[in-house]
Write a protein that binds this ligand. Structure first.
Ligand SMILES: Cc1ncc(COP(=O)(O)O)c(C=O)c1O
Length: 398
């Protein structure tokens, strides 16, 4: 049930918020209420000095020796291990590499090669476009068919022809959350492999990858993980599957002994076999520093605050009569991610007018206003005030 919030109550919630201190870990421009951390997370204060150190001391000072002496070579696994607890994964199950779309090509290619007798890849029509393109092309290359079903038909469509299911855990438009345990268990019962896109989940809510025996997952690090524009993706491969899955994009850094420079490819033992190329050290350095903003914070605490913030935001907006904003996210906080989306006849104008008053959200065509609420750097008061501005500009745009 949504509570009817007041400004006083929002301030009281801030006073007892166990995460109130993490806002200090970020730079946020004066006069801006930033509700777009589900597109690009804010800049953590630890990032600029880490990048300066990389440039001046490591690259500038150590040159080529940096690969050995500054931990650059191990960075993909080391930073993967920092992300793992946020996903409920074990050390050695997550690696940082590539970008999400490339990572989908890799894990789906590996899954289809592991189920050659099965000829269906299953996904949902509301999946992110890049996922649909990657699924379509990978299926085509493997002589399989891409079956695209409505979200509500997903469970019923899982049968023994399915090699792999690839879906996005939290819908990028509405924030609706798939039932990850149920979908994963159904895919396993039918003998297929399950791949989750966690772009809108990582750093926002618990996903329990190991506990649910998820096979494969990918996600970006520039949203709730705050890795910066174009930050690399992460790839999760369940430990028990690592030796039996092969990356369809082998490269020298996925080799067991890259510095043998041998002509024949021998995949590395473990998660490193999903690497292809040299890691983008500047980007990985920024991400590693940004992940420090989660120090001392559990993903359960993040989720608890996130649900309260999304309740607060939608409740303030819905209390305002005549705003013309229609909630399209699930009404129950437990069924949506860390975002709230509304339909409005003049959605683009609403988002732009709110931005003019310092409240940054985003517009998704044809008619959605989307607001991401990142618990590490938004207070209850911020969200209360932002909701008031959105409701006001929406009412004037009607
Ligand atoms: C759910 C989802 N999947 C995939 C992508 C594509 O990510 P990338 O640009 O890292 O390939 C995005 C981008 O926002 C996304 O939201």
């Amino acid at each position: 049930m949504e509570q009817a919030w007041t400004l006083e109550q929002a301030r009281e919630a801030d006073a007892s918020d166990p995460l109130s201190h993490t806002k200090e870990r970020f730079f946020l421009p004066e006069g801006v209420l930033y509700l777009d951390g589900n597109s690009l997370g804010a800049l953590a204060k630890a990032v600029p000095p880490a990048l300066a150190r990389l440039a001046e001391e490591e690259w500038g000072g150590r040159l080529i020796a940096g690969w050995r002496e500054c931990g650059w070579m191990e960075a993909p696994e080391r930073v993967g291990d920092l992300i793992a607890p946020l996903l409920g994964a074990e050390p050695g199950e997550v690696i940082v590499a590539d970008t999400t779309t490339i990572a989908i090509h890799k894990v789906l290619g590996a899954a289809l090669a592991a189920r050659p007798e099965r000829k269906t890849v299953l996904t949902t029509s509301d999946n992110f476009p890049s996922d649909l393109y990657a699924c379509s092309e990978t299926a085509r290359r493997h002589g399989a068919e891409l079956k695209v079903v409505e979200r509500s038909e997903l469970l019923a469509a899982i049968d023994e022809s399915v090699a792999a299911v690839e879906v996005t855990h939290v819908d990028y438009r509405t924030g609706a959350v798939h039932d990850l345990p149920a979908v994963t268990a159904t895919v396993h019962a039918a003998g297929g492999l399950m791949i989750w896109d966690l772009c809108h989940s990582a750093g926002a809510l618990p996903v329990g990858l190991s506990g649910n025996e998820v096979d494969l997952a990918v996600g970006c690090s520039y949203k709730y993980l705050n890795g910066g524009p174009g930050a690399p993706s992460f790839i999760y491969v369940r430990r028990q599957l690592q030796q039996s899955l092969d990356s369809p994009l082998p490269g020298w850094l996925g080799h067991e002994r890259p510095f043998d420079f041998s002509a024949g490819y021998e995949p590395a033992a473990g998660i490193r076999r999903f690497l292809t190329s040299s890691p983008p050290i500047a980007a990985v350095t920024a991400l590693e520093a940004a992940l420090g903003a989660f120090a001392g914070v559990t993903i359960e605490q993040v989720r608890e605050k996130s649900m309260a913030l999304t309740d607060l935001f939608s409740s303030v907006i819905r209390q305002r009569e005549g705003s013309g904003l229609e909630l399209v996210s699930p009404g129950e906080a437990s069924k949506r991610g860390s975002q709230v989306s509304f339909r409005h006849a003049a959605a683009e104008a609403v988002v732009s007018a709110a931005a003019g008053k310092g409240v940054i959200g985003d517009f998704r065509p044809p008619d959605l206003c989307r607001f991401g609420l990142a618990p590490l750097y938004l207070s209850y008061e911020d969200v209360y005030l932002a909701a008031g501005v959105v409701a006001e500009v929406a009412a004037s745009a009607c």
